[in-house]
Ligand binder design. Structure first.
Ligand code: AMP
Length: 425
C-alpha cells in the first residue's frame, strides 16, 4: 500500500482519461464562443459570506457541504472553497461594475468545485462544472437560449437521450403564499414526516418537495403545486419560456417538484437527466433564474439566469452509454539511433521537427536501437526516424512501424512528409 493516497472523494485523472475531458472542455468552449458567452475565471475560494448569502444559509451546500478554510489569524476573513460558480461570478459582476457593460453580460466558467459531501458514485468532493451565466436580462427568451445550449452540449458529447425537466418557482411576491400553503399541508401530516424532514420544514419547506425519502415521495403526490400558485407575471413568464422552447423545437418535461437546493432561485428552474434516470444523483446538470442575487451581493437589482453542468457525470454517462471518446494520441514519429549514446543528435532532430509543429518524441535513453524501436512501437507511434551513417549526407531511414517497411529520406523532406502522413494522406 502506498503511504499517501488522493484525499477521499477526490481522484487523479490519469493521462488515459484526459483526452475525453479535454474533448468536453473543447465542446464547452466552442459552444460558449458560438453563443457569445465569454470566459471568466474567479478564485477557487471566496469569503464565506459570498456563499452564505449567494447560495443560502439554510441549504445542504452551506450547512453540511461547505469546505471551510481554517483562518490563520483571529481577525482574518473567513474563506471557503467554492461549492458552485454562480455566487463568485455574481460577486465579480458587482465588484467590476459589469452593470455598466452592455447587458446582458454573458459569462462562462469551467473549473473545479468543492463540496464536503459523503463520497459515492457520481458524487465527489472535488468535481468539475461548466457554468453559463447571463446577467442583466429578465427573459423569457434568454431562458430558452440557455436551456437549449445545455441540451446542445449533451448532444455534442454524444448523449442523445438527455432531456430537460422544467418548473417555475415563482418570485418573492408569490412564493411566500405558496410556502405557507405547503407548510400547512405538511403540518397536517407531521406524524408521517421523518425527523430530519421535520427540521427542514421549519427552515426551508420547499426542500421537502424534492426529497427522495420514500415517506415523503408518497406524501408529495398530494402536495400543493407551485405552478398553480404563481402570480400573473410569473405565470406569463413561465408560459413564454415554454413558448420559446417550443419555437426552438426543444421538448421540455414539466416537473412541479423541481425546486433546486439553492435559496436564490426565482421563476425558471430546470435540470437535465437522461430519459428514465431521475434520482438526485443522476442529475447531469441544472440551473435557473436568480433575479434577486445581484442585489443580495451588494449590486443593484439585476435579473440573471444560468446553469451548471457536471462534467464528471457526463464522463460517467458517456462510459455507461458506450459513447466513443478520444484517446491519447501517440507522437507521429519517434527519433531513434543506431548509436546508443547519440542522444544529442536524436534530441536535435526531434526538436527541429517539433519546431515545424509536428508531434515527435526523441528516444533519450542510452540503449540499443532494437530497444528504442520496441519502445516506439509500444507507444503506438506510426514512424521511427532512424539516425545512422546516412546522417552525414543529410539522410535518415524512415521506418513505417505499422507497415514494417523502411526507406531513405532526406532530412529536409521529413517535415512535409510527416505532415502529410499525420493528416492522413
Ligand atoms: P448543483 O449546483 O448541485 O445543481 O449541481 C449541478 C451539477 O453539478 C449536478 O447536476 C451534477 O452533475 C454536478 N454535481 C453537483 N455536485 C456534485 C458532486 N458532489 N460530484 C459530482 N458532480 C456534482
Amino acid at each position: 500500500m502506498p503511504p499517501y493516497r488522493a484525499p477521499r472523494g477526490t481522484r487523479d485523472l490519469l493521462p488515459a482519461e484526459r483526452p475525453a475531458w479535454r474533448a468536453l472542455a473543447d465542446i464547452a468552449r466552442s459552444l460558449s464562443d458560438a453563443y457569445g458567452y465569454r470566459e471568466i475565471e474567479t478564485p477557487l475560494f471566496e469569503q464565506v459570506d459570498v456563499f452564505e448569502r449567494g447560495v443560502g444559509a439554510v441549504t445542504d451546500i452551506i450547512e453540511k457541504e461547505l469546505f471551510r478554510i481554517a483562518p490563520r489569524t483571529e481577525d482574518a476573513e473567513v474563506w471557503a472553497l467554492r461549492p458552485e460558480g454562480t455566487a463568485g461570478i455574481v460577486r465579480a459582476y458587482v465588484q467590476h461594475g459589469m452593470q455598466t457593460w452592455p447587458q446582458p453580460v454573458r459569462l462562462m466558467l469551467l473549473g473545479p468545485m468543492f463540496r464536503y459531501d459523503r463520497p459515492q458514485a457520481g458524487r465527489y468532493r472535488q468535481f468539475w462544472q461548466w457554468d453559463i451565466e447571463a446577467i442583466g436580462d429578465a427573459g423569457p427568451a434568454i431562458d430558452a437560449e440557455i436551456i437549449e445550449l445545455g441540451l446542445r452540449f449533451y448532444r455534442e458529447a454524444g448523449l442523445e437521450d438527455v432531456e430537460v425537466h422544467l418548473n417555475s418557482i415563482g418570485d418573492p411576491g408569490c412564493r411566500p403564499a405558496y410556502i405557507e400553503a405547503l407548510g400547512a399541508f405538511y403540518a397536517k401530516r407531521l406524524d408521517e414526516l421523518p425527523p430530519h424532514e421535520r427540521e427542514r420544514l421549519a427552515t426551508n419547506p420547499l426542500r421537502l418537495l424534492d426529497s427522495k425519502d420514500p415517506a415523503l415521495v408518497r406524501i408529495n403526490v398530494d402536495a400543493p403545486v407551485i405552478t398553480e400558485h404563481l402570480c400573473d407575471a410569473c405565470a406569463d413568464h413561465f408560459a413564454e419560456v415554454k413558448d420559446h422552447l417550443d419555437a426552438l423545437g426543444v421538448e421540455h418535461r414539466p416537473e412541479t417538484g423541481l425546486v433546486r437546493g439553492l435559496d436564490y432561485y426565482t421563476r425558471t428552474a430546470f435540470e437535465y437527466y437522461r430519459r428514465g434516470r431521475e434520482g438526485q444523483q443522476q442529475a447531469l446538470g441544472g440551473g435557473g433564474r436568480y433575479d434577486g442575487l445581484v442585489e443580495l451581493l451588494g449590486g443593484k437589482h439585476t435579473p440573471g439566469i444560468g446553469f451548471a453542468l457536471g462534467l464528471d457525470r457526463v464522463i460517467l454517462t458517456q462510459q455507461d452509454a458506450g459513447v466513443e471518446v478520444p484517446s491519447v494520441r501517440p507522437p507521429i514519429a519517434v527519433v531513434v539511433g543506431a548509436d546508443p549514446g547519440g542522444t544529442a543528435e536524436r534530441l536535435r532532430v526531434a526538436t527541429d521537427l517539433r519546431a515545424e509543429g509536428l508531434p515527435v518524441r526523441a528516444d533519450l535513453a542510452i540503449r540499443k536501437l532494437g530497444r528504442q524501436l520496441e519502445a516506439a512501437a509500444r507507444e503506438g507511434s506510426r514512424f521511427a526516424i532512424i539516425l545512422g551513417d546516412e546522417l552525414s549526407e543529410g539522410n535518415v531511414q524512415l521506418r513505417d512501424l505499422e507497415a514494417a517497411s523502411q526507406k531513405v529520406v532526406a532530412i529536409d523532406d521529413l517535415p512535409a512528409l510527416l505532415l502529410r502522413k499525420s493528416q492522413g494522406s
